[in-house]
Design a protein around this ligand. Structure first.
Ligand SMILES: [Zn+2]
Length: 70
C-alpha cells in the first residue's frame, strides 16, 4: 500500500542568522518523493534548504531585530 498523502516529516524552529528572526518550519514528507526543497526566511528572504517532498511551510514566530541588507 502506498500512502496517498504526505505526512509532516519534520517540524523545527530556526533562527535566521541574517536578521535574527525566529520561525518554525514544517517539512512535508512522502516516501520516495524527497528532494532538496528551498524555503525562505519570512522576514529577510534568506534562503535555506531541507529534504522534503514539497515546499516546507514557514511560520514566523518572532521578528528579529538584527540589521540586515538585501
Ligand atoms: Zn531572516
Amino acid at each position: 500500500m502506498q500512502e496517498a498523502y504526505g505526512y509532516e516529516k519534520d517540524r523545527f524552529e530556526q533562527t535566521c542568522e541574517k536578521c535574527g528572526s525566529l520561525f518554525s518550519v514544517s517539512c512535508p514528507g512522502q516516501k520516495g518523493h524527497e528532494e532538496r526543497e528551498e524555503y525562505y526566511c519570512p522576514v529577510c528572504s534568506q534562503e535555506f534548504t531541507c529534504r522534503a517532498s514539497n515546499f516546507p511551510r514557514v511560520t514566523l514566530i518572532k521578528q528579529g531585530d538584527k540589521k540586515w541588507q538585501k
